[in-house]
Design a binder for this molecule. Structure first.
Ligand SMILES: NC(=O)c1ccc[n+]([C@@H]2O[C@H](COP(=O)([O-])OP(=O)(O)OC[C@H]3O[C@@H](n4cnc5c(N)ncnc54)[C@H](O)[C@@H]3O)[C@@H](O)[C@H]2O)c1
Length: 327
């Protein structure tokens, strides 16, 4: 099989591309480098620069590389920006996906793996979120991911594609420092950023109905997430693969923001004296995956813990911010 990985120069995509190539799969990356970095990819992984919604380019790449499966990670992913620019998010994440699926169907590609998100669930009031928990996204980003899932499943049913939608929970860490997330949109890099600037990290709300009052989340190491893609890709590529699969990718364990802050303090060697800010709109008290379906259907579960996530993320942060270590 040859897999086209859209968004493969991004934070998660580069981990996926490398993990799949290392495991012996043929991969080719398509990325417009809008937020990605070519340097994340080794030279033996071909990188085509361009848009995953450019139909002519897609037709050429799918044919030239004899692509038999697609892993689609390219997307806009900032919740706040999606509220301000919903049309951009729908165009990129939904209209763009329609064009990609049209090209995939026309080229006779039969396997499609889609990056979805726990954002599709919104703020469910449940202990563990299963794939059957009703989806009720509360921002345009989550809406576009849910609409994307609908598109992928409908196209799969109509055109005989085997499909998988992977609902990632909170992704953190790095397999190698140079692959680390460069954005400051998730809580771990946000803590590092404040510490590096000599400012107190912020915790939004400590009066939630959770054991220590701060929000509880499910964190997954990006190396585990990449490994999950490989497991799902192999399932889709198998002889008997058909139909669709929708799975949570998490650890099934809740970690509070306060616990995470303490761990960041231990790993960085600087106690985190966080300031408590008011709650942010749209934050659920608790969002923890049930990881049971992934375990049952693929025999897959995460191996790495939160300490490994914070340690590897810190190594990646210090590579780009050497002053952080010196402070
Ligand atoms: N990071 C998270 O915590 C998280 C959680 C849930 C879901 N996701 C999803 O995972 C996927 C990857 O996220 P990431 O964190 O690696 O983000 P990222 O921004 O690092 O990666 C996205 C990649 O896609 C590329 N890209 C964007 N639009 C493109 C287009 N139209 N054509 C070609 N390339 C394009 C970018 O250049 C970048 O390399 C996204 O679909 C995102 O919604 C991420």
């Amino acid at each position: 099989m040859t897999w086209l990985i859209t968004g493969g120069a991004g934070y998660i995509g580069a981990h996926v591309a490398k993990a799949m190539a290392f495991a012996g799969e043929r991969v080719v990356v398509l990325d417009d480098i809008s937020t990605g970095m070519p340097g994340r990819l080794p030279e033996d992984i071909p990188l085509v620069r361009g848009s995953a919604s450019d139909r002519a380019l897609l037709d050429r790449v799918l044919a030239e590389h004899a692509v038999t499966g697609v892993v689609h990670l390219a997307a806009k992913k900032q919740v706040g920006q999606s509220v301000e620019q919903p049309l951009l998010y729908y165009r990129e994440n939904v209209t763009g996906l329609t064009v990609l699926l049209e090209a995939v169907v026309a080229a006779g590609v039969r396997r499609f793996l889609f990056s979805s998100s726990a954002a599709v669930y919104g703020v469910p009031d449940v202990d563990l979120i299963t794939e059957d928990t009703p989806c009720a996204p509360i921002n345009p980003y989550g809406e576009t991911k849910l609409a994307g899932e609908w598109l992928v499943r409908a196209a799969g049913r109509a055109h005989g594609l085997s499909t998988a939608c992977l609902r990632y929970f909170n992704v953190a860490g790095a397999a190698r420092p140079e692959l680390a997330d460069t954005g400051v949109y998730n809580v771990v890099p946000m803590f590092f950023d404040r510490l590096t600037r000599g400012e107190a990290p912020r915790i939004f709300g400590d009066d939630y109905p959770t054991p220590d009052g701060t929000c509880v989340r499910d964190y997954i190491h990006v190396a585990d997430l990449a490994d999950a893609h490989l497991a799902v890709a192999r399932k889709l590529g198998g002889e008997t693969a058909a139909g669709d699969l929708t799975v949570n990718v998490g650890r099934g364990e809740g970690v509070s923001v306060r616990e995470l802050a303490d761990l960041v303090g231990e790993v960085t060697g600087r106690p985190v004296d966080a300031v408590i800010e008011p709650r942010r709109a749209g934050d659920a008290a608790r969002a923890v995956a049930s990881a049971a379906r992934m375990s049952r259907e693929l025999g897959w579960s995460a191996r790495l813990g939160v300490r490994e996530m914070v340690e590897s993320a810190w190594e990646g942060w210090c590579l780009r911010h050497p002053e952080a270590r010196l402070r």
